[in-house]
Design a protein around this ligand. Structure first.
Ligand code: FES
Length: 62
């Protein structure tokens, strides 16, 4: 499923980035080789990171 329409970024890619060590939304985008644009997807991206890592909130930008 596409999570970030601006970047055609799928939940699977974001989960892999989180399992690979991404701790923040910004880090997940970086690991996927993309940059946030409109920002509408950021809360959903944070949720996916949290779920994949099973730890603290990932909303803090870095
Ligand atoms: S939908 Fe992700 S930055 Fe626009």
């Amino acid at each position: 499923m596409y999570v970030c329409i601006c970047n055609a970024l799928r939940d699977k890619e974001l989960s892999e980035a989180a399992r690979g060590g991404a701790r923040t939304v910004a880090d997940a985008f970086r690991r996927c080789g993309r940059r946030p644009q409109c920002g509408k997807c950021l809360p959903d991206v944070a949720d996916i990171i949290e779920e994949a890592r099973g730890d603290a909130p990932a909303i803090a930008a870095e």
